[in-house]
Design a binder for this molecule. Structure first.
Ligand code: HEC
Length: 202
């Protein structure tokens, strides 16, 4: 039987590394903490997560810049104002079968060369049977927006017609076009259109 001899562990000659006196400082960490806290506050205050007043449909665009072309300004303003339509036509313009609301994405009522029908629909709304993309909707009626500012109606119409995310690519709408149609249809105020009464409109 052989016995292992327990040799004593060799003595360590090296020493643990230590910071030279004076170089150790908590300041970088304190600074980092302050910066992180600042970032957190910033995100908290401007990120909008879970804040219904900030996080809502159509607020993905920052305010337009002064030197941008008119149609870009209108489009961006419209993106923020589209919230007026989104409850029914849905944030992505798909409409809703269960609400009986037709889509704005790909709609032949929206994508006409002239915006004349769309402006009329926005001003005094529409009710009764209407066929959009091959499907007939009948059981709901829209809210009229005649009291909305011409510029805001133009902005929403521009956003909806030119919304490439929805596959739409029609020309923008100016406040002057809205004003002209508002005046021309003044006697219609308070009466919703029907698809048939809009047929003669280009
Ligand atoms: C209260 C719900 C509601 C709101 C809000 C609403 N709509 Fe509508 N909209 C409808 C319904 C319902 C119809 C179809 C009515 C019918 O059956 O004749 C319609 C039809 C339309 C049409 C013609 C059909 C189509 O889908 O292209 C357009 C264009 C339209 N709406 C645009 C808008 C715009 C732009 C807004 C926002 C400014 C808006 N609507 C707000 C419910 C709504």
């Amino acid at each position: 039987m052989s016995q292992k001899k327990n040799k004593p562990a060799p003595e360590r000659t090296d020493s643990e590394p230590t910071l030279a006196a004076g170089t150790s400082s908590a300041w970088p960490f304190v600074l980092l903490g302050v910066l992180l806290f600042g970032c957190f506050l910033h995100v908290e205050n401007s990120g909008g997560a879970f804040r219904a007043d900030v996080y809502q449909v159509g607020t993905k665009f920052p305010p337009p810049l002064p030197n941008e072309p008119e149609e870009v300004k209108l489009f961006k303003a419209g993106a923020n104002l589209y919230v007026a339509c989104a409850g029914c036509h849905q944030p992505n313009g798909s409409g809703s079968d269960s609400l009986n609301v037709p889509p704005l994405a790909g709609s032949e009522w929206v994508l006409r060369e002239k915006p004349d029908r769309m402006i009329r629909i926005m001003l005094d709304a529409i009710e009764g049977p209407i066929t959009v993309r091959g499907k007939t909707f009948d059981n709901a009626s829209m809210t009229p927006f005649r009291d909305m500012k011409d510029a805001d109606i133009a902005a929403i119409a521009t956003f909806v017609r030119g919304n490439k995310d929805w596959g739409n690519n029609a020309g923008h709408v100016t406040p002057a076009q809205v004003k002209a149609i508002k005046e021309a249809t003044a006697k219609n105020a308070g009466t919703r259109w029907r698809a048939t009464t809009l047929e003669p409109v280009p």
